[in-house]
Design a protein around this ligand. Structure first.
Ligand code: FE2
Ligand code: FE2
Length: 169
């Protein structure tokens, strides 16, 4: 198979561009959640979700840099419009957890494909993404645990919002 890069097969290039797209799309999803939370008065949670959005762009840069290091220009993707409406703060958290589960599957698939090709550069990057996903799942799971422990009454949501705000940068 003829490729433009000595170390990245066409499949690796495709998967790395997919990582860029999906991480940038994650940023849009969390930005949409931050906007909804802000609009509904969850100022603390909104701040934290804006941080999450910014962090996703850092994740996207990791895959971009791997492409650039190998002489491949990353594709700047068109992103579909993320969901705009949510039911409640718990709904936002559950949606975020579902999304992170989906992303974790993608990161596993990237790492597995790189391992099959014995592309150890990309294996190492894939493992970084997988490790990052454990943190991503944990941070959402933590808040869902708080909801399960203390309920979803507005007084409790207010406390949770405050706690989330304290964790924001
Ligand atoms: Fe990410
Ligand atoms: Fe994430």
């Amino acid at each position: 198979m003829k490729t433009k890069s000595e170390f990245l097969s066409e499949e690796m290039v495709k998967l790395l561009n997919y990582r860029v797209e999906q991480e940038e799309y994650s940023a849009r999803i969390y930005l949409s959640m931050a906007n909804w939370l802000n609009d509904k008065g969850f100022a603390g949670a909104a701040k934290l979700f804006k941080d999450y959005s910014d962090e996703e762009l850092v994740h996207a840069d990791k895959a971009k840099n791997m492409l650039l290091a190998n002489g491949i220009r990353p594709i700047t993707p068109a992103l579909k419009q993320p969901k705009q409406d949510f039911l409640s703060l718990p709904d936002v958290l559950i949606s975020a957890l579902d999304h992170e589960k989906e992303i974790t599957k993608q990161c596993y698939a990237l790492t597995k494909a790189a391992h099959t090709e014995e592309n150890f550069m990309v294996v190492e990057l894939g493992l970084w993404y997988c490790k990052e996903q454990a943190e991503e799942l944990n941070k959402v799971q933590y808040f869902i645990g708080r909801l399960e422990a203390f309920g979803e009454e507005s007084i409790m949501l207010r406390e949770l919002d405050k706690e989330m705000g304290q964790l924001a940068k």
